[in-house]
Design a protein around this ligand. Structure first.
Ligand code: NAD
Length: 498
């Protein structure tokens, strides 16, 4: 049995709390490792270690910090294959999909290589007589990231890379379900030249999270996970005076207009609905065809495609998707499917009876497709996070638009149409943070920002792109006057530049 501890001060250390969690191989159902769950004291020690290491890192010029990012990119490339296999073995996604997880993370590291440019402040010459004003961006100190199971490489990198490039020390609390890749990424950062202690990984559960939230030396918390916990972390961070950005769950709609290329839309829905077994915060879970005819064509085309999806263990690169992450996840998804049937939705493809031959104890579930789902149903209101797509028939474009706009989640949305005017109206009016036009999973590129609205995101700054630099730095603004005039006497009226 492999034991996974923590990564603190540039080395792996064993847990001392006596508490552990099982890490499964979702394809076989076997426990493959035990991960330590940190106590509050272990978190405190990791933060103290990071705090001691941070000033020296912040004092390195930004070009040097960028070089660490560049070297890290190369080291990850060198072991891309084995990292993807490791990731897939704990998460359950297929190896090609695991490569995408790593690649999407690396793209934010590439963005962070531009840190010398990104950290440049603003300057106004002659803001008043002999007065210049300039601003600079300084690191916050020690910051923390709490990340979910579904992207164990991408999301830790989305947080750590900009935070570190800005000169902060970073405490990562990854998901206890798939901790091995985050641990290895931290080792590779140190191998790339990051001073020891600047990136510490503390494994754990709510105890570790609460210790992070109350630690006086942690200045900011970035979270990604389910919405109730995102809101809890956001409010606790506010209570303890920390900066916070907390991203939550989703119910992403795809609107299919009558003029859409139906084959393209079906392809998009299959990939975005069932890829990674639907365990993506940007998965499409509600397909909204506009008009009965569009709906009939769509469902007719979807059924054979959903029925023929290939499910396999994470080692089968030809599989469309693998198992869910845990047995508890399978139970939760199954109960949603049962509930959908109970509430009157039409289950036109029923994957509940699926068994993976040779992997009978794995956490597999077959693909499901619901038709005639209505907005009052639980399967529409809540996030299922499994290979289940719901077709919600809308009579008009306005009805489809308001479904996406009125839903409590607002992460991603897509419209499929050939009409530029409809697309433009939709992108302007929809109350959702990320919008795709004939693009099913509109995850923005690394140099733009990622963030959902409503219950999909708490906080005002998004992840990666320019917002990440704003989040991980504080702005200092200097008003300077040289050299004469200072001794002319006290000023009792608030200075104006007029
Ligand atoms: P989760 O909320 O269960 O866990 C996320 C993190 O919070 C983990 O590190 C976990 O250890 C910690 N945690 C769990 N319970 C806690 C508690 N009671 N108190 C404090 N911390 C706790 O989420 P998950 O199951 O790992 O991930 C799936 C969820 O994440 C889905 O809802 C998905 O939509 C969401 N997600 C959102 C985005 C986004 O960008 N909006 C991206 C990926 C995933």
């Amino acid at each position: 049995m492999r034991d996974i501890g923590h990564y603190i001060g540039g080395k792996t250390v064993s847990g001392t709390s006596g508490r552990t969690a099982d890490v499964f191989n979702p394809s076989t159902g076997d426990v493959q490792a035990r991960v330590a769950l940190a106590s509050a004291d272990e978190v405190r020690a990791a933060v103290a270690n990071a705090r001691a290491a941070q000033p020296e890192w912040a004092a390195q010029n930004p070009q040097r910090r960028a070089r660490v990012m560049m070297k890290f990119l190369q080291l990850v490339q060198d072991e891309f294959e084995s990292l993807a296999v490791l990731l897939a073995s704990e998460h359950g996604k297929t190896v090609p999909d695991a490569k995408g997880d790593i690649q999407r993370g690396l793209e934010v590291v590439e963005f962070a290589c531009g840190i010398p440019h990104l950290l440049k402040g603003e300057y106004t010459e002659g803001a008043g007589p002999g007065i210049d004003v300039y601003s600079m961006r300084q690191p916050l100190g020690v910051v923390a990231g709490i990340t979910p199971f579904n992207f164990p490489a991408m999301i830790p990198l989305w947080k750590a890379a900009p935070a570190l490039a800005c000169g902060n020390a970073f405490i990562l609390k990854p998901s206890e379900r798939d901790p091995s890749v985050p641990m290895r990424l931290a080792e590779l950062f140190v191998e790339a030249g990051l001073p020891k202690g600047v990136l510490n990984v503390v494994n754990g559960d709510k105890t570790a999270v609460d210790a992070i939230l109350t630690d006086p030396d942690i200045m900011a918390v970035g979270f990604v996970g389910s919405s109730d916990i995102a809101q809890y972390i956001y409010s606790e961070a506010a209570r303890t005076g920390k900066r916070a950005q907390c991203f939550g769950g989703a119910k992403n709609h795809a609107i299919i207009m009558p003029d859409a290329d139906m084959d393209q839309a079906v392809d998009a829905l299959i990939g975005a609905g069932y890829g990674s077994a639907g365990e993506r915060c940007m998965a499409i879970s509600a397909a909204v065809p506009v008009g009965e005819k569009t709906a009939d064509i769509l469902v007719e085309k979807l059924i054979p495609r959903v029925e023929s999806l290939k499910i396999g263990p994470s080692t089968d690169s030809s599989a469309d998707y693998g198992p869910l992450v845990t047995a508890a996840a399978v139970k939760r998804v199954r109960s949603y499917i049962d509930k959908g049937v109970e509430e009157g939705a039409r289950l036109v493809v029923d994957g509940r009876g699926f068994k993976m031959q040779g992997y009978e104890d794995g956490f597999f579930i077959g693909s499901c497709l619901f038709d005639e789902v209505t907005p009052d149903m639980t399967i529409y209101k809540e996030e299922i996070f499994g290979p289940v797509l719901s077709v919600v028939r809308a009579k008009t474009y306005e009805e489809a638009l308001s479904l996406a706009t009125d839903h409590e989640y607002g992460n991603g949305v897509a419209i499929f149409t050939r009409d530029g005017d409809a697309a433009r109206d939709f992108t302007t009016r929809v109350n959702v943070g990320m919008v795709g036009v004939n693009v099913p999973i509109p995850v923005p590129v690394a140099y733009h920002t990622f963030g959902g609205w409503k219950r999909s995101g708490f906080g005002d700054l998004n992840q990666h792109g320019p917002d990440s630099i704003r989040f991980y730095t504080k702005t200092k603004t200097v008003t300077a006057r040289w050299p004469s005039g200072v001794k002319e006497g006290a000023e009792f009226v608030i200075p104006t530049m007029g």
